[in-house]
Ligand binder design. Structure first.
Ligand code: HXC
Length: 258
């Protein structure tokens, strides 16, 4: 499939999606978000794909929602058109692991899109921020909620109230990102991580994303119960039998995703 605003390609068992509007620092227009949804649909339905990477370019992951496109919105248009809800959140319901590879700017909706992914790996030049306050608005794609859960109240308030940017070091220290690589190597490194994940049992990997997400959605008791039931259920899979047999027989597991 040919896209106008993104580039989608397959690298071994990894689906790689690159946001591609470099002239506007990958500002997220509705066209970008529609195409991102289509690309995720396509990778999710392709059985050989075990993980997905979303990235931008070395200068910018995405500098936010497209300001030119939304500046004349009225409340009625935003509300009746279901702005954001209609096409921004496809990634949050993707059942395959999705990694955001963030170099350069991840601002506003860009930071929010990265936080919708299962985890974020940063280039050493990454800059995260929720600068909406400088435009007279607030985060609208979950930033005030996901950033707070990721880095805590003080840092989230600081970021959302001042609109300042957080560099990669601070983001790693704060738990927003899992690892940092030199920006020039970022995509290859993250594809390697994604390939490592893609080589696991897809059932177990998908279950991991569900149970870790549940930590954000429920009480500890309910989350642990959810994890326990998912854990029990995995004993009904061929992959559990194969994984444990392979360990005992000192060989590599041959996953069937069944
Ligand atoms: C539309 C954008 C844009 C955006 C940059 N551009 N960000 N266009 N929407 N979010 C465009 C600029 O207008 C400019 O176009 C070109 O990209 C290069 O940007 P410059 O500003 O010239 O680059 P630089 O001086 O390097 O500054 C980089 C920057 C700045 C600090 C990232 O561009 C900036 O502050 N951008 C806006 C960041 C922001 O406020 N994001 C939040 C948006 S609101 P021309 O044509 O002049 O070359 C949001 C709401 C989310 O995301 C809520 C739910 C989605």
């Amino acid at each position: 499939m040919t896209y106008e605003y993104i580039i989608a390609e397959t690298r071994q068992n990894v689906g790689l999606i690159q946001i591609n509007r470099p002239k506007v620092l990958n500002a997220l227009s509705s066209g970008v978000m529609d195409e991102l949804g289509v690309a995720i649909d396509s990778f999710e339905s392709e059985s050989s794909i075990g993980a997905i990477v979303i990235t931008g370019n070395e200068k910018s992951f995405a500098a936010g929602a497209d300001i030119s496109q939304m500046k004349d919105n009225t409340f009625a248009e935003a509300f009746m058109g279901n702005f954001i809800t209609s096409n921004w959140e496809r990634v949050t319901v993707c059942r395959k692991p999705v990694i955001a590879a963030v170099a350069g700017f991840a601002l506003g909706g860009g930071c929010e899109l990265a936080m919708m992914c299962d985890f974020i790996v940063a280039g050493d030049n990454a800059k995260f921020g929720q600068p909406e306050i400088n435009l007279g608005i607030i985060p609208g794609a979950g930033g005030s909620q996901r950033l707070t859960r990721a880095v805590g109240k003080s840092k989230s308030m600081d970021m959302c109230l001042t609109g300042r940017m957080m560099d990669a070091e601070e983001a790693e220290r704060s738990g927003l990102v899992s690892r940092i690589y030199p920006a020039a190597e970022l995509v290859d490194k993250v594809v390697e991580i994604a390939q490592e994940i893609a080589e696991k049992s897809q059932i177990a990997a998908s279950m991991v994303t569900e149970v870790v997400d549940r930590a954000y959605e429920s009480t500890l008791t309910e989350g642990v119960l959810f994890e326990r039931r998912a854990f029990h259920a995995l004993f009904a899979t061929e992959d559990q039998k194969e994984g444990m047999a392979a360990f005992v027989e000192k060989r590599k597991a041959n996953w069937k995703n069944r």
